[in-house]
Design a protein around this ligand. Structure first.
Ligand code: PLP
Length: 416
């Protein structure tokens, strides 16, 4: 699709606009579950990406490349911003950013007044952790399998403000939601103020029962902050349905924006209680934009969120989620139970989507990742922390089952 044609489609996204009317007639009516297994359809989506032939990229969880039409739109934004320079910044910047916030809020199912664009999940969640008016002895609850930057930020509050962090360890293959809810409940004391929970654990792909955890925490008077780094635009949900007080996500992972885009959601009644990290006296205390004083900032990244949303919506979240879960189950079902191969991701398909983690007993994760790359040209990332020892596998929509067959053959041959 030509760049101008792509940008024109922003208002009315559909698969037909991405693939043309003939293919839309062929594929558009198929249920997402059936389409998930249709390699010919996903080969068409794959054709919208420029993939490096040197390796099979199964590490798309760090950040995921933009589709070519989105990248073209981004380069166009860089050019036009450079062309208009301060004129753009002083005239249209704020209205354009508001329009993008509104599009993101529509995906998240919340009000644009509760959502700001940030650089990433780290900035979003650390803004909350730093913004709470902690008193010495206040407690926070989190999991050892949460993301390191947030755990570090809580550790910093412990050093600086004397808070106490209670860290639970998540089971790799829970049998019930209640098992997880109880784990968090047992860590709550009368001094607990905040509970952090990952919607999808980054090192294992485990999806946690966030709503049940939030209900339990709220019943005990504890606020809830949800780390949605991997869930936003990978699985279908609405932020308010999780009932977190705070929610952060990165858009350069599953929405396919340029690097350096994220969101922070703060429930409207919680905004006034947070201190901003960077002061902005022009914004009232009850306005979420008080948390969004970025200084002069590369707004071409923010502006490209709209084309990325258009591309995402043309595929459709139901089709995307179904395909990603299918890809994960495709390879995990072929290695589960094979001697020496250890899956660190729940066996219940409702508890995971694209991401899974696999180890081989007796082989350190870093060595496994190196062998996969050097010998089999499969790019992954080693995870060797908490109770998780293996390589993380994150296929994106452009990954084919043929590539996963190569990966499965490699794993079986390394496991011997
Ligand atoms: C669960 C989780 N939270 C937070 C982050 C931080 O994301 P970013 O580096 O985009 O800030 C990541 C990154 O991988 C993550 O997986």
């Amino acid at each position: 699709m030509h760049k101008r044609e792509f940008i024109r489609t922003l208002g009315g996204a559909s698969l037909g606009l991405l693939l043309g009317d003939k293919l839309w007639a062929q594929y558009g009516e198929q249920p997402a579950s059936a389409l998930a297994e249709d390699e010919a359809f996903w080969a068409l989506i794959r054709g919208k990406y420029r993939l490096k032939p040197d390796y099979i990229n199964l590490e798309n969880g760090y950040f995921s490349m933009q589709a070519e039409p989105v990248l073209d739109a981004f380069i166009g934004q860089v050019r036009s911003l450079n062309y208009e320079a301060s004129y753009y910044m002083r005239t249209r910047q704020y209205d354009d950013k508001l329009a993008v916030r509104k599009r993101l809020a529509a995906i998240g199912g919340c009000s644009a007044d509760e959502l700001i664009i940030t650089r990433n999940t780290t900035e979003s969640l650390d803004t909350v952790i730093a913004g709470i008016d902690w008193k010495p002895g206040d407690e926070a609850v989190m999991a050892a399998q949460d993301y390191g930057a947030m755990l570090d930020m809580f550790a910093l509050q412990a050093r600086r403000r004397g808070i106490v962090n209670r860290i639970v360890s998540l089971p790799l293959d829970p049998r019930t939601d209640d098992e997880i809810v109880q784990l968090y409940a047992n860590a709550i004391t009368p001094k607990t103020r905040l509970l952090m929970v990952s919607q999808m654990v980054n090192i294992t792909g485990q999806i946690l029962p966030v709503r049940a955890i939030a209900d339990m925490a709220h019943a005990k008077g504890v606020e809830v902050m949800v780390d949605g780094a991997h869930a936003f635009a990978q699985i279908d949900f609405r932020i308010p349905d999780l009932d977190g007080d705070y929610y952060g996500a990165s858009l350069h992972k599953w929405l396919g924006t340029p690097l350096g885009a994220g969101i922070l959601y703060v429930r409207s009644d919680k905004i006034a209680g947070l201190w901003p990290v960077f002061a902005d006296s022009s914004v009232p205390d009850t306005d979420i934009r008080k948390l969004n004083h970025t200084g002069t900032h590369p707004c071409h990244t923010d502006l490209t969120i709209e084309p990325a949303i258009a591309f995402h919506e043309m595929i459709g979240i139901a089709r995307k989620e179904a395909r990603l879960r299918y890809l994960q189950n495709y390879w995990t079902s072929r290695v589960r139970g094979v001697p020496r191969i250890v899956l660190n991701t729940p066996s219940d398909p409702r508890r995971s989507c694209a991401i899974a983690n696999v180890g081989i007993s007796g082989i350190p994760p870093a060595e496994l990742a190196k062998t996969l790359l050097d010998k089999y040209k499969v790019w992954t990332v080693a995870i060797d922390t908490a109770n998780v020892h293996g390589v993380r596998i994150t296929p994106q929509v452009f990954i084919s089952t043929g590539e996963l067959d190569t990966f499965v053959r490699a794993l079986k041959s390394i496991a011997g």
